[in-house]
Design a protein around this ligand. Structure first.
Ligand code: GDP
Ligand code: IMO
Ligand code: MG
Length: 422
């Protein structure tokens, strides 16, 4: 399979977890390289549903090594909970998980600040997951973050934590929020640190050794291209590089060792949280929500829905260098007479065939659509390309052409076997 970077080509929740699970069959190592427990990756194995937040989705297959890379921000308490949750479901998490020593920690003041800043923003809020992701990456950039390596050293952790809590309590008080109790935080985090100790390692060295032994690595992206801190709809983004470059910086594997980039996208568009979504459409939202679909895996919020936006996915091909595409949730469109795809944006007399950087301008963009005929048949039992109705094949080929990458995988349901590989 070679080293593959998998990214979300839209606004997150494209079905990355499911596609990672399918691809992991051939990979030996799966690495998360950015984001934190803001991610929610859903995988179904049989009837059992698993939702992964920090642990790579590869953990569900035996014999694979999963790595939480240096670029991830780790909430140790929530990671311990996630490990326990998996254990309860019969998934072994021991020698098959590694956590980078240099991954930054998410601490309770990050979560508090995330919440307080959102409240202060009022109607201008971002709609974050309130997991403390922005403040944690902020501390990393400001060089006042604590890392896994600090958590592993009791004395050092206590000293650094005390200083950070002192400062952050002043800020929290200014917000009118409750200050944190140092002793309580110390205790909770130390306990989590103790449980995580066996997993903490120099993952950069490990990954390079794995490459020397010709092991195939899969880089599991979190969030999506338009939530990227540099390339997304700033400020309505997350705080990490969700695009392909993030896989290199977040793992220590250099660009020339990457063999291909796969983009995952839904056959339509969704977004959770605030910010522009040019193709947003209430009819398609009602249809999908009515089917019990498109509720967030992390926060349970109803996702905003719209038609497929090829201006956006073309942009995703550009900034990620997408070679291959996986299109998911094709079955969500099974009942429609006509299916629309946005091919450009219009604002007054101006037409855009790329995503404008000015988020206020993007919010004014009116989509220009091309219409595809619907197939009006269930696709969920299709297992080969030729099993799909010809209108569905036409639509998928159209999406790949508009996006400018090769169609490689089509997903027609949440289960492993509901997958067509081209
Ligand atoms: P991720 O964050 O990119 O991993 O995506 P999420 O797990 O947050 O959201 C994707 C949702 O779509 C999950 O509920 C998946 O089980 C579901 N899913 C993925 N592919 C398909 C598909 O082809 N059809 C259907 N019906 N559901 C799918
Ligand atoms: P996966 O990996 C969809 C969104 C939030 C909010 C913005 C910033 O499951 O695709 P944050 O908490 O990161 O500061 O929130 O980003 N967001 C996601 N949306 N899928 C995700 O992850 C997301 N992670 C963050 O809703 O709009
Ligand atoms: Mg998700």
């Amino acid at each position: 399979m070679a080293n593959t970077i998998l990214v979300g080509a839209q606004w997150g929740d494209e079905g990355k977890g499911k596609i990672i699970d399918v691809l992991t069959e051939q990979a030996e190592v799966v690495v998360r390289t950015q984001g934190g427990n803001n991610a929610g990756h859903t995988v179904f194995i049989g009837k059992q549903k698993y939702v992964l937040h920090l642990i790579p989705s590869g953990i569900l297959r035996k014999g694979k090594v999963c790595v939480i890379g240096n670029g991830v921000v780790v909430d140790p308490v929530s990671l311990v909970e996630e490990i326990r949750g998996l254990n309860k479901l019969g998934i072994r998490v021991d020698g098959n998980l590694m956590i980078s020593e240099t991954a930054h920690l998410v601490l309770p003041y990050h979560r508090e600040l995330d919440e307080q800043r959102e409240i202060l923003k009022g109607k201008h809020k971002i709609g974050t997951t309130k997991r403390g992701i922005g403040p944690a990456y902020g501390d990393k950039a400001a060089r006042v973050g604590l890392r896994m390596i600090d958590l592993m050293d009791a004395g050092r952790f206590e000293e650094k934590l005390q200083r950070r809590i002192k400062e952050n309590n002043e800020v929290l008080k200014a917000f009118g929020a409750k200050p944190l109790q140092f002793k309580k935080v110390l205790q909770t985090y130390r306990a989590a640190g103790k449980e995580l100790k066996p997993f903490v390692a120099n993952t950069v060295v490990y990954l390079h050794e794995a490459m020397k032994r010709q092991k195939d690595i899969l880089f599991e992206g979190a969030q999506g291209t338009f939530l990227d801190i540099d390339h997304g709809t700033y400020p309505f983004v997350t705080s990490s590089n969700t695009t392909a470059g993030g896989a290199c910086t977040g793992s220590g594997v250099p660009p020339h060792r990457m063999d291909r980039v796969m983009g995952v996208m839904k056959a339509y568009t969704t977004r959770v949280g605030e910010g522009p979504l040019p193709t947003e459409n209430s009819e398609i939202a009602d249809l999908l929500h009515g089917m019990g679909r498109e509720f967030g895996a992390t926060t349970g919020r109803a996702r905003r829905c719209g038609w497929f936006d090829a201006v956006a996915t073309r942009h995703a091909t550009m900034v990620n260098g997408l070679d291959d595409l996986a299109v998911t949730n094709v079955d969500g469109l099974d009942t429609l007479d006509v299916i629309r795809a946005c091919v450009s944006y219009r604002v007054g007399q101006r037409t855009f065939d790329y995503v404008p950087n000015d988020v206020e301008l993007l919010a004014q963009c009116e989509p220009v659509y091309v219409d595809f005929p619907g197939w009006k048949k269930s696709t969920s039992k299709a297992r080969r390309w030729k099993d799909l109705p010809s209108a569905a094949r036409g639509y998928l080929q159209g999406l790949a052409e508009l996006t400018g990458a090769r169609l490689k995988i089509v997903s027609v349901g949440p289960a492993r076997e509901q997958t067509i590989i081209l």
